[in-house]
Design a binder for this molecule. Structure first.
Ligand code: LRH
Ligand code: MN
Length: 410
C-alpha cells in the first residue's frame, strides 16, 4: 500500500527519480529586483556593502542566481524602484538579455508618494486617483515595451479608523479603474490582483482577502487573476484551501512566495513552515493530475532580506522551492484519490507525509550535474568570490556617488 520512502537510507526508485526530474524540468520561479537591494522595516534599514545600487546590479545578481540554479530566467521589477524617470525600459530589457535574463512581472508603485496618503485608486481625491491610474497605465506601456506578460498590482489602499471610509464607494472606484487598465492591456497580458489583510493600514484594506480580489478580478474580466502572497493571510488561515478554490475557479494567477512567523514578515521561503509551501504545491499538482489541466501560474518570490546576505538568501529560497516542488511531485495521486474516496484519512495523509519526508536532494544534485550546474548552488556561490567582489566595488561606487543608502525603500 505505502512505498517505503520514510527510512532515510531508502533510495528513490527510477520512477520516483523520473517524477523528480520532470518536476524540476518544468519548475521556474521569478526573483524580485527588490530582494537584492538594501531594505528594512520602519524601525531601520541595515545596509550591506554588497547590496544592489541600481537596476544593473539587480540584474547581475539575478543572473548569478539563474546561472547557479537554472530555474530563475526572469526578474520582477518595481517601476519606481527600478526605472529612472529618463531611462528607456528597452535598454534595461537589452541589458537583461545580454546576461541571459528576461524582465518579468511589472509592479507599479502606487503607495509611496505623499498623494497616496488616503489611497490610490480608492482615494476620494480625484487627483490621487488620476495619478495612480496614470502610473498604472504607464506601467502597462512598460510591460509591453519589455514584452512582460504580467502586470502585478498591490494596493496599500485602506483606512485606520471606523467610519473613515465608505468601503462600498472605494470598491466601485477600484473596480472601474481596473476595468480601464484591463482595456489598455494586450489580450495576452495578465493582470495579477494581490490582496493583503492589513499594513500599512490597520482598520480596513480595500483588497483584504482572496474573495475581494476574486470579485474585483471577475468584474475586470478574463485578463485579471488573483495573486496569492503567502505572507498576506491571517494566522491559521488555510492557504492551500484558497489555492484549491482558485484553481477550481481558474482564477489562480500566481504567487508571491515568502515565509512568516507572525504577519507579512517576508522571511525566506520554507524557513518557518516548509510544509505550508509543500501543501500548496500538492494542491496544484493534484489538480493537474485530476483534471489534466495545467494552469499557467506565475511563481514569484517576494521577500525583503533585511539581515541575510541577499543573494545567498535568494539562492536558499530557490533551492528550497525546488526541493518542495520535487517532493510534491512524489505524492502518489492515484492512492491519494482512493484513500480520499474511502475516507481513509491516515492513508491519505501518509501519501503527503511520505513525499514530504522523502530526501530529494540527491536527485536534485544529480539534476543539476546533468545540466552542468553545481550540485550545491549556495556553496558554489560562496566559493565564487562574487560577494566579496561586489561588496568592494559597490562600496566604492556608493562613496563616489555620495549614496548613504537610506533613501528609497529598495
Ligand atoms: C506588499 C507586497 C507587494 C509588493 C511589496 C514589495 O506587502 O507584498 O507585493 O509590491 O510587497
Ligand atoms: Mn507581495
Amino acid at each position: 500500500m505505502w512505498t517505503i520512502l520514510l527510512t532515510p537510507e531508502a533510495k528513490m526508485n527510477s520512477e520516483q527519480i523520473e517524477k523528480v526530474f520532470a518536476a524540476l524540468n518544468e519548475f521556474q520561479i521569478e526573483t524580485p529586483s527588490w530582494g537584492f537591494a538594501n531594505t528594512g522595516t520602519r524601525f531601520g534599514k541595515f545596509l550591506q556593502d554588497g547590496a544592489a545600487i541600481d537596476i544593473n546590479d539587480k540584474l547581475s545578481d539575478a543572473a548569478q542566481v539563474h546561472q547557479l540554479t537554472g530555474c530563475c530566467p526572469s526578474m520582477a521589477v518595481h517601476v519606481l524602484w527600478d526605472f529612472e524617470e529618463s531611462q528607456d525600459p528597452l535598454s534595461v530589457k537589452r541589458a537583461a538579455e545580454k546576461i541571459g535574463l528576461k524582465l518579468g512581472a511589472v509592479n507599479p508603485n502606487i503607495f509611496q508618494d505623499q498623494i497616496y496618503k488616503y489611497g490610490s485608486l480608492c482615494n476620494r481625491d480625484a487627483a490621487a486617483r488620476k495619478a495612480a491610474l496614470t502610473h498604472i497605465l504607464d506601467s502597462v506601456k512598460i510591460a509591453k515595451q519589455i514584452s512582460s506578460r504580467y502586470l502585478s498590482l498591490w494596493f496599500a489602499d485602506g483606512s485606520n479608523y471606523p467610519g473613515q471610509a465608505n468601503i462600498r464607494w472605494r470598491k466601485k472606484a477600484i473596480t472601474e479603474s481596473l476595468q480601464e487598465v484591463a482595456a489598455a492591456m494586450d489580450s495576452d497580458q495578465v493582470m495579477l490582483v494581490e490582496y493583503k489583510p492589513f499594513e500599512p493600514t490597520f482598520y480596513h484594506t480595500d483588497l483584504a482577502d482572496w474573495g475581494m480580489s476574486y470579485f474585483v478580478s471577475k468584474a475586470v474580466g478574463p485578463k485579471a487573476k488573483v495573486l496569492v502572497d503567502t505572507g498576506h493571510h491571517y494566522q491559521a488561515q488555510n492557504i492551500e484551501q484558497i489555492v484549491a478554490w482558485l484553481l477550481d475557479e481558474e482564477m489562480l494567477g500566481g504567487f508571491h512566495f515568502n515565509d512568516r512567523r507572525y504577519a507579512d514578515d517576508d522571511l525566506t521561503l520554507g524557513s518557518i513552515d516548509p510544509y505550508q509551501i509543500f501543501r500548496i504545491f500538492n494542491e496544484i499538482l493534484f489538480y493537474r493530475w485530476e483534471t489534466g489541466r495545467t494552469p499557467e501560474i506565475a511563481y514569484m518570490i517576494d521577500q525583503s532580506h533585511n539581515d541575510k546576505p541577499k543573494i545567498e538568501a535568494t539562492l536558499q529560497t530557490v533551492c528550497t522551492a525546488q526541493e518542495l516542488y520535487a517532493k510534491a511531485a512524489l505524492v502518489p495521486h492515484t492512492n491519494l484519490a482512493k484513500f480520499q474516496e474511502s475516507n481513509d484519512e491516515i492513508g491519505a495523509e501518509e501519501c503527503l507525509r511520505e513525499a514530504f519526508f522523502a530526501d530529494v536532494r540527491p536527485a536534485l544534485s544529480e539534476w543539476r550535474k546533468v545540466r552542468g550546474l553545481a550540485p550545491n548552488p549556495l556553496r558554489a556561490f560562496r566559493e565564487s568570490g562574487y560577494s566579496a567582489r561586489i561588496a568592494k566595488e559597490r562600496k566604492e561606487r556608493r562613496i563616489a556617488l555620495g549614496i548613504h543608502g537610506t533613501s528609497s525603500y529598495a
